[in-house]
Design a protein around this ligand. Structure first.
Ligand SMILES: Nc1ncnc2c1ncn2[C@@H]1O[C@H](COP(=O)(O)OP(=O)(O)OP(=O)(O)O)[C@@H](O)[C@H]1O
Length: 226
């Protein structure tokens, strides 16, 4: 049974069809990539999934809102709050939260626990934001554009955290426009272009179909741009 099923989703804004007849499903425990160029409709799709936007048409079946942990782009927290305190604060919003200290440990973030949020680097903030998305002990984590603006080392540190999240058995929806990241982390991906899904497959399957050696080239072949 899929944990998420999106069927024939459509969402327009005045003058723009942002998402047009989008269908895909996500299996429990997988890292599913929502890939696409800027403006392809990724964020709109995820916002519909999270119940933040109302679709014009189509259906979405997904776990209840409190079982979805979302990390949406830039994390903002009071500068003086310590990482552990931030997690404890978020944990207090849930009936059955994860234990913040154990969560930091499992994600390899114990060294950041007593640091003030305002003193963290961009990559460290992003790692903490993943922990914040998991503090409600969700079935699915939605991680949106996590590594934008980070250096290659910081990106790899984030990837390690994402792999640790998978080890917890949490299904991950990874929104990205980085193909190297998707190739490395995702079990399957949906490629969005101009509001539509143009392919859904494993990264290896897409590369084979496109006759390319990496997902970046397969993506360019699929989206018809270079
Ligand atoms: N609130 C809004 N009002 C009007 N148009 C919008 C709104 N949000 C998004 N759009 C438009 O809808 C289309 C899809 O945008 P969306 O943000 O879903 O794409 P995206 O794939 O997430 O892009 P990015 O990678 O740049 O975040 C774009 O053409 C965008 O300009």
């Amino acid at each position: 049974m899929p944990i998420v099923e999106v069927k024939n989703l459509r969402k327009s804004y005045p003058g723009t069809v942002a998402v047009d007849d989008v269908s895909f499903h996500v299996e429990p425990g997988e890292i599913f990539g929502i890939l696409g160029t800027n403006g392809a409709g990724k964020t709109t799709t995820v916002e519909c999934l999270l119940g933040l936007r109302h679709p014009d048409a189509g259906s979405i079946s997904a776990p209840a809102k409190e079982k979805i942990g979302a990390q949406l782009q830039e994390a903002k927290l009071p500068e003086k709050l310590k990482v552990r305190e931030a997690l404890e604060l978020y944990a207090s919003f849930y009936r059955q939260p994860a234990d913040p200290v154990a969560l930091l440990d499992q994600l390899g973030l114990t060294e950041l626990a007593e640091r003030k949020f305002g003193k963290l680097s961009g990559g460290q903030k992003q790692r903490v934001s993943i922990a914040l998305a998991l503090v409600g002990d969700p079935e699915i984590a939605v991680l949106d554009e996590l590594t934008t603006g980070l250096d290659p080392h910081a990106r790899r540190d984030i990837w390690k955290v994402i792999e640790a999240v998978r080890e917890r058995g949490v299904t991950i929806l990874l929104v990205s426009h980085f193909m190297d990241e998707a190739q490395r982390l995702c079990d399957r991906v949906a490629v969005f272009d101009n509001g539509r899904v143009v392919a859904t497959d494993t990264p290896a399957g897409l590369m084979t179909a496109a006759g390319t050696a990496n997902l970046d080239d397969a993506f360019v072949a699929l989206t018809g741009r270079n």
